[in-house]
Design a binder for this molecule. Structure first.
Ligand SMILES: NC(=O)c1ccc[n+]([C@@H]2O[C@H](COP(=O)([O-])OP(=O)(O)OC[C@H]3O[C@@H](n4cnc5c(N)ncnc54)[C@H](OP(=O)(O)O)[C@@H]3O)[C@@H](O)[C@H]2O)c1
Length: 356
């Protein structure tokens, strides 16, 4: 099959289905949204490695350089066009959908709710209109939907915890989850990753680059409990969930450990070969001022910076512990990467790509 072959336009008008798409070992077909992003590229690779026929939903404007190297078919999806999506879904006759597309950075609250909640609603409506009989629909939410453990009396975020999102991003993911949980006819699961890192991820890259310049910045004056998941472990778990019989369950995912920012920085410094740094402890108020200014400056060129006011609400949280035992029990999840292994691979990639 042609690599990155294109199938259909936003309105389902460009009928260019390859007449005989060769189905490999596994005859099941999966549609993954948000494949042009960081997690999406790895998801497509993982799905292909399991012998699935993989269609990658992208926008006309999406960067597809990674997807173009993979044996996946590009599908042009417009989440505003329910009929167009339904047409594509009907023709695709998918067994699984992973709805991974999401807006992680935006100035306006409305933008988060439009992309993260309303587009999920539109997609579910399109699935119904297409009369698609799915084996599984996996929605990629976030730990941010429940917020940090700071607000939980037992010190850990669990399925039964009362959600306490601290950002509009988290609130929009929570709204999407609440909607999905009411859809009785959709065999869904929800995954809520903590901070995901790995090659091709550019937010934590700022941390590596700052450390490479010998500056070791800490937010707030008290210690944090941070959690992480390496992207390859995440996508493995996502495909395991999709192919499992477990339905209507939500899963938090981390590598099972919690780390201080100091521990993380120590690993990065070792991998970078940095022997000395200038440690700086930034009070929250100062970080807020920096975030405010960087939003204003980036706004002049129509951008939204990695350090923004919303991000400060996450950075100031002290504890991101969450319960991964349901994922271990239902899916047999065992992470292959702790932060040390994952960062080793990530920094090697950064060095190879001359980013640090
Ligand atoms: N990275 C993390 O630490 C993390 C943690 C928890 C949860 N998540 C969730 O994981 C998913 C993937 O995140 P990521 O880190 O891979 O983010 P990313 O690199 O920003 O990728 C986001 C993807 O969503 C697509 N998308 C964004 N806005 C869209 C819109 N209006 N219409 C259609 N597609 C749109 C993007 O398409 P374009 O390329 O065309 O913009 C891209 O393919 C998201 O749902 C995110 O909320 C991520």
């Amino acid at each position: 099959m042609e690599k990155g072959s294109q199938v259909s336009g936003e309105n389902g008008k460009e009928e260019m289905f390859k007449p005989l798409l060769c189905k490999t070992m596994n005859s099941k077909k999966i549609l993954i949204t948000g494949t042009s992003g960081f997690v999406g590229g790895f998801l497509v690779e993982e799905a292909l490695s399991r012998g699935l026929t993989v269609h990658s939903a992208v926008r006309r404007s999406s960067k597809t350089d990674i997807l173009d190297t993979l044996d996946t078919t590009l599908v042009y999806f417009d989440f505003e066009d329910i009929d167009g999506m339904a047409q594509i879904l009907r023709k695709g006759s998918y067994d699984y959908i992973i709805h991974n597309a999401g807006l992680t950075k935006a100035k306006a609250k409305e933008a988060y709710f439009k992309v993260n909640e309303q587009y999920l609603r539109n997609l579910i409506e399109a699935i119904r209109n297409a009369d698609l009989q799915l084996d599984k629909f996996l929605f990629v939410s976030s730990l941010a939907a429940y917020g940090p453990a700071d607000y939980q009396s037992d010190g850990i975020v669990k399925e039964t915890s009362t959600p306490h999102p601290v950002t509009n991003y988290g609130r929009s993911k929570l709204a999407a989850e609440q909607y999905l949980k009411k859809q009785q006819d959709i065999p869904y699961n929800i995954i809520r990753p903590t901070a995901v890192y790995g090659p091709r991820e550019y937010d934590l890259l700022t941390v590596y680059q700052t450390l490479a310049k010998h500056i070791e910045a800490y937010v707030g004056l008290t210690k944090q409990r941070l959690t992480f998941v390496y992207v390859r472990d995440l996508v493995r778990a996502m495909l395991d969930i999709v192919m499992s019989d477990h339905e209507d369950a939500g899963y938090f995912i981390t590598d099972g450990n919690s780390y201080t920012a100091q521990q993380m920085n120590a690993i990065v410094k070792r991998e970078l070969g940095i022997t000395w740094t200038l440690p700086i402890k930034l009070p929250i108020l100062l970080v807020k001022i920096i975030a405010f200014c960087s939003e204003k400056i980036a706004g002049l060129s129509g951008n939204y910076p990695p350090l923004n006011i919303e991000k400060v609400n996450e950075l100031r949280a002290r504890d991101w512990s969450c319960d991964v035992s349901p994922l271990e029990n239902d899916i047999g999840f065992k992470p292959k990467y702790d932060l040390e292994c994952g960062l080793k691979e990530t920094i090697t990639w950064c060095k190879e790509n001359k980013l640090v």
